[in-house]
Design a protein around this ligand. Sequence first.
Ligand code: GLN
Length: 546
Amino acid sequence: MIDTTKYIFVTGGVTSSLGKGIIAASLAKLLQAQGYRVTIQKLDPYINIDPGTLNPYEHGECYVTEDGAETDLDLGHYERFLNVPTSQANSVTTGRIYQSVIQKERRGEFLGKTVQVVPHITDEIKHRIQLLGNSGDYDIVITEIGGTVGDIESLPYIEAVRQLRWDLGDNNGIVIHLTLIPYLSAAGELKTKPTQHSVKTLMESGIQADILVCRTEHKLPKELRSKLALFCNVREEAVIESLDASTIYDVPNLMLDEGLDKVVLKKLALKSATPDISKWNEFLKRHKNPKSEITIGLIGKYVELQDCYKSILEAFIHAGAVKEVKVNVESIHSEYINQDNVKLKLGHLDGVLVAPGFGERGIEGKIEAVKFVRENKVPFLGICLGMQMAVIEFARNVLNLENADSTEMNPDTEHPVVNLMEEQKIVTDKGGTMRLGAWDCELVAGSKVRDIYNADTISERHRHRYEFNNSYKDQMEAAGMKATGINPDTGLVEIIEIQDHPWFIGVQYHPEYKSTVANPHPLFVAFVKAALNHHKTKKGVRMTQN
Ligand code: GLN
């Protein structure tokens, strides 16, 4: 515990996608491992209130917090690295800032003043940054500012940081600037000029960077570090090299080797110790030395972009490390799966995950995939829409309810086995109106999930509007699809299992959001284990056939 909360601001220069989120999370990890209570916040300069209404192609996955905030996927990294939940306060957008300022204006709270970017918008930004610090829960708040310095839309944030640094006083707020040192292969040289320009841009806004973290594909020679220090007004020890890493989970160690945590703590006038990251390194060792290998098919419609299913991919890494298995995730576009090619596309897989999603595109391919894994006893995990597809497939092909569907895809279906939740029927706004965040779920005794979680009641995060239609529950259960997880207050079916199958589980919630390095998700661990067993059985069968 320290007396005053310290603030670290992370800005980016030269280009986007340099990995500010990973640098922030890695630094936070190192500080946490020295006993500091740390949280990370993301400020996103777009006008959407939150990324909930954004297409995954635009913005990657929408990450959901315990308290139901729909946020940037960087918050997922923060949680996965720190194993501490984030909340509404960890995610701020320009949309939200303006929304609250305008609401205050309508309430007359500005007492007749002209409402302006400075001071009203910047005050609101400063207030949001300090909310976490003032909660008393954290010693250090790391605030990542989305976008790149010099962007028009980032200006109010940069100005707020300038003011706040001034308000906080020496040693209480520092700025880390993440930048790119490009390598020109024709010249065979690393170039510092873009960084000099971006540091200059920051200075034009009144901010002197304290630390430079330099993304680079090649090691930074000593002379280049000296040059950067000289031209950018930072100490040489504060020029930190950030080489491309083979996994994001290597970055805390890379930053440790470069002494980022030490420089930061020195600038904040805090004590530094040797961080204890032994558990983290244990995870890394298992992750990097797998004893076996499996392939899981990820069936979705955004398979071209890794970012769209970020948390699922990371959850497989955590679970793989537990089992010392390399989990290859093969992305398969559901739009191109049909009855004729399903065996070809899925026949070699050790497990299949049908992904969350919205809307009609690619639905029939998902149903075809579920049919294949159900009939061929391939381990299956359906998440949210994936679970709903399993329900539809079972209704159509086992209960013979022809054209059974979700009312999301077919509002007039004769058999709405998945339908709109009652409370959703009056909802007209799209943004922030789904069933969001953590809800309790009771597990049925004797079920697979009861065994996997080893608990009677669990809490998991949600993001959906449609649900299993309970009027079909008896029929489904009689035919072998059991509802094994139920919301205690509403009776909503959260989990389905097929009994006559080695491992067939569908969940209405998103287990992937809660998987962290320190706490791999039990459902993913069990799924990987089942896929490994399936893999071994298949291999056994092949060997006896030869
Ligand atoms: N579209 C479905 C629903 O709203 C599933 C949502 C999801 O997969 N996140 O219920």
